[in-house]
Every structure is written in structure tokens, then in C-alpha cells.
Write a protein that binds this ligand. Sequence first.
Ligand code: FES
Length: 258
Amino acid sequence: MAVTAFHTYRKDNWWLRPLLIFSGLTAFIIYTTWAAFQGDHYTFGPYLSPFYSPEIFGSSPHAWFGPQPSWWPAIIPFSPAFIILAGPAGMRFTCYYYRGSYYKAFWADPPACTVTEPRKTYKGEHSFPLIMQNIHRYFFYPAAAFVIILAYDAYKAMWFTDVAGETHFGMGIGTLVLAANATLLGCYTFGCHSFRHLVGGIRDQLSKSPIRKISYDCVSCLNRKHSNWAWLSLFCVLFADIYVRLCSMGVWTDLRIF
Ligand code: FES
């Protein structure tokens, strides 16, 4: 008997989860692309949008090496976000959890457990192009550096300059937003499967070192909720950019706690 695509005996709404994932990731990609092309309204006082951090080159006081470099090709529009977004995007795109989700949601491979898929052959990740996903372990290193930089951004977001040019310690809602972003991204990044292997394993077995065993347990603890951290950090980084952007545009007022 020929089995049609999307055939299943399941009676539940199995299509709802892939649909939500498809909608969520599509909305995130559209917004991120739009925000990266803007090239402005990404700072407000001591706040820097995480989509633009680190600002390697740029026009704001947060830029490490000054404004747009003269060697930047004239035919390519410039935005500080273009220089850095490949790092975090690569980490998420190749993440084991996201792969399992967007394979189902975007090309129904398979659409859900015990639901038939619309193809006859299974190539999986053993051949090009998906074999490239194995690069994931190497994205961990730049991703860890991003967490450290964003934590430093959260620290800098505690120092406000007054009208007299004096800098004071303080805290605004934006400080909390940036701190939450760094924390959630840290929980996502340091719960990575590849990092778990890195800290705990030596040649297919767990290390006997007590330090490495404790580290392995900590990473495993984060890893158990990896999908939760993935979504929470995704929403938070999106909201952090929106928050800084709307404050910079004068639409929202950043409330100072002290
Ligand atoms: Fe998700 Fe590595 S498995 S970040």
C-alpha cells in the first residue's frame, strides 16, 4: 500500500508545534535582517543593542576601532551588525536543538514523530550540504566570547553620564534587559552539547578529574533545558534590540531604578 506524505495515526494536533516553530523563527529572521540593515538607533546612553555588539566599527561611542573603515566596499551597505552577526547566527543555525526543530518545521524532515515525510530517500547529515552542520563545535568558541562581551555590555549599562559629563553608577530597565540577555545567552551557550563533550570527555569516556566531572554536571544541568534556553535567549535578544531601538527613537522612556 502506498503511504502518502503526512500520513499518521496520531490524533493530536501534531502540526501545531512545527507551525509555531516555523512562525517564531521566520519572524525572528525577518526582524533581525531588518534591524541589521538599519545601522542606526542601536545605542541609547550606556546601552548597546546585542545585535550590534561588539561594535567593531561604527559611529557610536561604543565602537572599538572608530567609524566605518575606508576600505569597506562602496557597493555593500555598511552596518556594524553585518560584521558580527555570522557568529551567533552560525551557532544557532547549527545547534542540535534548532536543527531538530527547523528540519521538521521548514522542510518536514519528518514533520513530526510517526508522521510520514514527503520524500522517499533519507540522506540525513551524512552528505552535502547538511554534513556541514558538523562545524557546530567550532562555533562554540566565538559564541562563548560573545557571552563575555555581552556580560561586559551589561556591566557598562550600569554607568550613566549626567548633563555635566560626570559618570555615575545606576540602574535602568535597560540595564536589567541587557543583564537578562547576557544571562540567558550564557545558559544557552554553556549548555551546548559540544561544550558538554569538551568539558567532560576524553576519548569516548568521562574524565576522572573531579573538576571536569563537576563541570560536566553543571553543563549537563543546563543542557537538560537546552530548548528552553534556546527560545528564552532568542526572545530576550530580540526584545533587547527593540528596547534599545525604541528608547533611542524616543518612543519608549527608559525608567531609572536608581
Ligand atoms: Fe545547541 Fe550547541 S547544541 S548550542
